[in-house]
Structure formats: structure tokens, C-alpha cells
Design a protein around this ligand. Structure first.
Ligand code: FE2
Length: 426
């Protein structure tokens, strides 16, 4: 007797009519016409069962703080950082915990069951660190929260940041972060990358740095990150987030840089919603998009994930934890409108992100955790097009969120009384 069987599902790889059997929180069967009794059965009616969404880049210490203490008038990255600096002294641990837990509720409802969040360590009290370590512990039954020690005000620029970062790691933060483009000089940026990668190598930790989040075509910290990754034998364990300078770089230089990144097996995270709104702010027209070269990096074999980065915080007033909105923006900003390219954007918010986080037993296959989301869409492209409803969200074999199908009733003579926006079956 199985605990749960999901019948007649489509899978992201195109298989249709698949039954998924779950026992003891683990997927035990993925096959057509599964002959098994189950305590609970869900009829997927041919709709898409996907592994849960994974957000590879987020800032949970700032989320849902919109308007505190004031709004970002210019909408720029630098005013956002300044605003966060104004907000920081007034934060309390309880308020951070409450907002983060509220966001995790949204995430679960959106089928987003793993998040890598940066947490600002440039604070003598390490208030946000303690708050998010507590949140990580509390949400663990339903959401994997991975924390990155992020020196928002600069590792070398903020006095004592390196010691604070090490204290944060000792208190339960998982991953080493950085922000080389925000250090005072290119040389300080290079030095910070070196120090942080050496720390990660010494402690056996993953690295995920904000790297070259700038429109400066001459910023070279991605190159340094790839170099240090190789020098220290950290291949496959280091991620560069944003990499927006690559949008503006000279094509010849990029033709050398991407193969170096591939040699280092650097992970890449683009944050399309934030990149398209924050980059290019010094431009008149034409105005650059700023997102890194996602299709070219994917073509080179790099693992590229797409992150949300911000939801209702000093940098971005919008967002709802919807990784399909993130994927949809990547499709547009990266002009990735080909069928295969759109599927890759879906992978950017699911399997690619899971790989960067080193999540174990992820994906719809026997032996993996029974974590999945049933979407009101027939395939990944339709899911992006509709930002499909999350009909059922399953964590370790238990339904943790449900939502109704979306339909509308019409009052038009000679037309159907009720419609959905799914593509009619041909
Ligand atoms: Fe970020």
C-alpha cells in the first residue's frame, strides 16, 4: 500500500500518462499505469508534475520590508544599498523572522521549496544572521533554506567584515559570499575574491558571490573567480551571481572568458527581474538590458540558474515568489523564445538551480525525495506562459499547499459558458 499516487501526469521531459508512486516521503515508482493501491490518489488529468521550484539567489533578510524606512526613489542599486543601510540599525530579530516566515509561506504556496538566500553579515550584532539561522531551522520540514554569508558593504571596505563573515559561518550560515565590484578598487575586489575562495577551500564550503553586478565592461572579477576556483581545486563548487558586466563586455574578451568559466565549472545565476530594472541606469538610449549572456553560457555547458533576488525590499517593490515570473522574464530579456530555449529557462528555476545548491535526491525519479508541484499547464512552456496555478505542492509525500484551477465564466451569446487559458488539445 503506497501513501500517495499521482496519476496521469506529464513530466518536464515530455513523458505523458505517468503515474508517480510515493511511500514514506520517497518516490518509489515513476511509470505508466502503475498497479498499486494507495491511501490517497490525485488525478493529474494530464497536467504537468514538476520537481519543485528552486530559487538560487535571494535576500531573505530584506524581503517584505518595502517602504521601511522609505521607498527607493531612484530605483537604483546604490540607493537600494544606502536605504538598506538606513533600515539596518532599526531592524529587530523578531521582525526579520516574521517577514522571512511570511515569505516562506508564499514560497510554499508557489511550489518553491528550496531557496539560497544571501544574508548581510556587515553588522556587529549579526542580527540578520541569527534571525535567518532560526528561520532555516523552523522551515526545514517544508523548505530547504541555504544561507550565504554576504558582506553587503564590502569585505575589505567594511571594517571587520572578514571576521564577521567567519563568525556567521560558525553560527550556521552555509556558503561563502562576496561582492568584489563593491570594494574600493579593482585590486581590492581581486584580493577579496582570493581571500573568500581560500576560506571556502579551507573549510570545505561552497561559494556564491555577487560578482560584477555592474554595467562596467572592464570589470574583471568573473575572470578572477574562475581563476581562483581552478587554483584551489573548487571546480563545480563556486557560483557567480549576476555577472551583469558580461552583458557589456567586448565580444572578443568574452570569447576567451566563457571557456575559462567552463574549465572552472563555474555556476552562474542571472536575476532577470532585477537585472532588467537595475542595470543600464546610467544609459540614455539605447539602454542596455544588463542580464548576463544566459544562452551563450548555457551553450558552453555551464549550469545557469535564474534567481528572484528581491521581493518587496529596498531594491525591488514587486514580486511574489513566483519562479515562473522569473523564468518568463529571462525568456524575454534573453530573447530565448525558441522552444528549446524556453525549456532551458524552466530548467533554470528547477533542476539547474538544484544543481548549484547541491540539493540531494532532487527530481522526479525513484529513490528521490517526494517533493513536487502539480501545475495547471500541459508542459513547461505553457507553465511559463500562464504562470500556471500550483494545484498541489507536495513535500516529502505530503500535500502542503493547494490552489484551485483558474477559469472564467463567460456571458457571451453562442460562446462557451466557462473557459480556461490552456492550449486546446489538438
Ligand atoms: Fe543579490
Amino acid at each position: 500500500m503506497m501513501d500517495l499516487v499521482l496519476r496521469d501526469a506529464s513530466l518536464p521531459d515530455g513523458r505523458r500518462g505517468i503515474d508517480i508512486g510515493i511511500t514514506g516521503g520517497v518516490i518509489t515508482a515513476v511509470e505508466p499505469r502503475l498497479a498499486a493501491e494507495a491511501r490517497e490518489t490525485i488525478d493529474a488529468q494530464g497536467l504537468l508534475a514538476s520537481p519543485p521550484f528552486v530559487d538560487a539567489h535571494f535576500h531573505m533578510d530584506a524581503t517584505l520590508s518595502l517602504g521601511l524606512p522609505r521607498l527607493n526613489r531612484s530605483g537604483t542599486l546604490l540607493e537600494g544599498i544606502a536605504l538598506w543601510g538606513e533600515l539596518k540599525p532599526t531592524l529587530t530579530q523578531d521582525a526579520i523572522v516574521e517577514r522571512a516566515l511570511a515569505y516562506c509561506d508564499w514560497a510554499v504556496a508557489q511550489g518553491l521549496l528550496a531557496i539560497r538566500s544571501h544574508v548581510d553579515i556587515c553588522d556587529e550584532r549579526l542580527l540578520a544572521v541569527d534571525a535567518l539561522v532560526e528561520v532555516k531551522r523552523r522551515v526545514k520540514p517544508y523548505l530547504d533554506l541555504q544561507l550565504v554569508a554576504f558582506p553587503q558593504d564590502g569585505l575589505l571596505r567594511f571594517p571587520g567584515a572578514f571576521a564577521l563573515l567567519q563568525r556567521a559561518l560558525a553560527r550556521g550560515v552555509d556558503v561563502v559570499g562576496g561582492i568584489p565590484h563593491f570594494e574600493r578598487t579593482m585590486e581590492d575586489g581581486r584580493q577579496s575574491v582570493r581571500m573568500l575562495c581560500e576560506l571556502a577551500a579551507a573549510q570545505g564550503r561552497l561559494v556564491d558571490m555577487h560578482c560584477d553586478e555592474t554595467d562596467d565592461p572592464l570589470s574583471r572579477h568573473v575572470e578572477t573567480l574562475a581563476f581562483e576556483t581552478q587554483r584551489l581545486g573548487l571546480q563545480g563548487r563556486v557560483t557567480g551571481s549576476h555577472l551583469t558586466s558580461m552583458h557589456s563586455m567586448d565580444n572578443y574578451y568574452v570569447s576567451k572568458l566563457i571557456p575559462l568559466m567552463a574549465e572552472a565549472r563555474l555556476g552562474v545565476v542571472a536575476n532577470p527581474l532585477i537585472n532588467i530594472t537595475i542595470q543600464g541606469r546610467h544609459d540614455t538610449y539605447p539602454r542596455r538590458r544588463g542580464m548576463t549572456r544566459v544562452p551563450e553560457l548555457m551553450d558552453a555547458g555551464l549550469t545557469v540558474a535564474l534567481g528572484h533576488d528581491c521581493v518587496m525590499d529596498p531594491w525591488y517593490s514587486l514580486g511574489s515568489g513566483d519562479m515562473l515570473e522569473v523564468a518568463g522574464m529571462a525568456v524575454h530579456v534573453g530573447q530565448m523564445t525558441g522552444i528549446e530555449a524556453m525549456r532551458r529557462c524552466f530548467a533554470g528555476v528547477t533542476e539547474n538551480a538544484a544543481r548549484l545548491l547541491h540539493l540531494d535526491r532532487y527530481g522526479i525519479a525513484p529513490g528521490n525525495h517526494a517533493d513536487l508541484v502539480l501545475l495547471e499547464a500541459q508542459d513547461p512552456i505553457e507553465a511559463i506562459r500562464l504562470r500556471a496555478a500550483r494545484l498541489a505542492v507536495i513535500r516529502r509525500g505530503r500535500v502542503v499547499a493547494r490552489a484551485p484551477r483558474r477559469s472564467a465564466t463567460l456571458a457571451l451569446p453562442g460562446r462557451p459558458g466557462e473557459i480556461s487559458l490552456l492550449q486546446p488539445r489538438r
